[in-house]
Write a protein that binds this ligand. Structure first.
Ligand code: MN
Length: 208
């Protein structure tokens, strides 16, 4: 399943689960189009754009950081960042996700947001109310956990923030399953599919 193109650094990572493993909250129909069409297209375009350039052998994350905010690199930034964001999104979901965060992560969340419930509400509200396409992230910023949203392909890495989890807010992420009801998609992700263990690993917390 893994797609490699010679020794290029950009590659389409395999999905960490099967197309139907996030159903019924994210259907196989949504997942297969989202991964094999949307994500793959961003990845293919970024791969084509770096051929023969200074970025030919660069890591995807370095391309995202180096091209951000540069008018003549906008198309490469958009495609490279979307490739990075989607890889991170697949890892932010799990067939066994949702429920309560593991204890060490829950303590950290409560310290920075007041309670897990307040944190969940802040994330759901930010994701639901974000205008247009983008992403809703849990990040580490200056040692504190924060919820941030970004527009289009924008990525917190370019703001010096470390992404811990993300939710895709583009309509292609939910429209086949939820139509205009983004709030229902966000609730389903947070309650049933968000991969707390991935966030804990990104924070360097031991498996619990
Ligand atoms: Mn997407």
């Amino acid at each position: 399943k893994k797609t490699r193109r010679g020794d290029m650094k950009i590659e389409l990572p395999p999905l960490p689960y099967g197309d139907s493993d996030l159903a019924p909250h994210i259907s196989a129909n949504t997942l297969s189009f989202h991964y094999a069409k949307h994500h793959k297209t961003y990845d293919d375009k970024a791969t084509d754009m770096v051929k023969g350039t200074e970025f030919a052998d660069a890591e995807l994350e370095d391309i995202v950081k180096a091209t951000h905010g540069k008018a003549d690199q906008k198309a490469l930034f958009n495609n490279a960042a979307q490739a990075w964001n989607h890889d991170f999104y697949w890892q932010s979901l799990s067939p066994t996700g949702g429920g309560e965060p593991p204890e060490a992560l829950a303590r950290r969340i409560s310290a920075d947001f007041g309670s897990v419930g307040a944190f969940r509400k802040q994330w759901a509200d930010a994701a639901t109310n974000h205008f247009g396409s983008g992403w809703a992230w849990l990040v580490l910023d200056g040692g504190k956990l924060k919820i941030v949203t970004t527009k289009n392909a924008e990525n917190p890495l370019t703001q010096g923030q470390q992404p811990l989890l993300t939710i895709d807010l583009w309509e292609h992420a939910y429209y086949l399953d939820y139509q205009y009801r983004r709030a229902d998609y966000v609730d389903a992700v947070l309650d049933e599919r968000i991969n707390w263990a991935f966030a804990a690993r990104n924070l360097g917390q031991p498996d619990s």
